[in-house]
Write a protein that binds this ligand. Sequence first.
Ligand code: NAD
Length: 424
Amino acid sequence: MVAEASKEFERECNPWLAAEARFNRAAEKLGLDDGMRKVLKTPARELTVSIPIVLDDGRLEVFTGYRVQHSIARGPGKGGIRYAPDVTIDEVRALASWMTWKCAVANIPYGGAKGGVICDPTILSQGELERITRRYTAAIIDFIGPEVDVPAPDMNTNEQTMAWIMDTYSMHKGQTVTAVVTGKPVNLGGSRGRTEATGRGCMIVALQALKRFGIAPQEARVVIQGFGNVGGMAAQLMEKAGFRIVAIVEYDGAVYNAMGLDISALAKHRKETGSIVDFAGGENMDREEAMFLPCEILLPAARENVITSHNAHKIRAKILCEGANGPTTALADEMLADNKVFVIPDILANGGGVTVSYFEWVQDRQGYFWNEEMVNQRLEEIMVNSFNDVAAYSDSHKVDNRTAAYMVALDRVAFAIRLRGIYA
Ligand code: NAD
């Protein structure tokens, strides 16, 4: 009985099954025929490459890399590359489709792609990582490019990795091609505002949701899980916009202040002590308790599957703004809907990152770089438009926001496919 329940919970937390459930629900609502569903589900191109490398100790090792282009119907593939020991082709395939839907919701002219290399970056030297990155790039070189597929950083890859990919690609082409990847350092063709983009996007959509409830930012209590890139930036920007950040939840504890935490002071405390706990400007709180505080906005920005059928009924937030990818399971969706929680789904809420990646690509191709104000203004325009598009589908089709976001995405990709026709 216990084993069965844990198996069921494992299924509930399987992100690919969750994505499929949501795809099917949206396809059903849109009345998509079986043929179109097949086209939308099947990746356009999948590549598996072997990466032979001489390690620092002289041994020869062969790593495996993947690049999956799920869809190129609306433009070049777009998506990160992750390095991890447990990367699988199934995972890369599912993440690539996720990118297709995210780019379509933001209405930026991209398809969806993802890459991965099976390796353990914690035991590899910088030199070994550089050789892996360059050989992987060479192996997929005919399948990437500014007009073809544009990689970006993901788990365990960063600006440096992107600089190596850009350099390797450019060496082969005999010219510098900055637009082949995004997430580059700012002085190497990167965009201003990229680091803050995902957190800023979360703040923008949270503001839109508050407007629907007639709540001013000053009246909004916010609980954030994860004080990293997304959560930390969102906290800073929301504090600046007048929100009251009452709790931050991290993996090793939570801090609470009913009057609002001083975010810069908390970041300084974490830098000095390595943790958010025992912060003088607040009190320590149990992590679970903090997640279930009554608040206007709960912003999970740490990892997947934190809101499940086991705890969704305890959420007392008015608005759930999904900064992380896949923080809520499909079963939890139903419970949140029963409790009238207004969900801003991940493929909408955290689209700010890929949107500013798109700006980086545009700037590289123009050879003309925007100031931060311009980046932020254009980001706001796109986030507000996508929020409104999803809200309009939700209102007119009488579906929850997540189903509406998938409907917007599927509808846009299906429209492009129909209009282009099936080439044979
Ligand atoms: P990050 O590593 O910078 O930050 C994650 C933070 O969450 C860390 O401070 C970590 O200590 C904390 N954390 C980990 N497990 C936790 C737990 N169980 N409870 C509480 N805190 C925990 O990562 P990030 O870039 O901020 O990404 C966070 C999420 O947002 C991920 O799901 C990622 O896929 C998604 N996302 C990120 C971006 C981006 O631009 N960085 C874009 C879209 C989506």
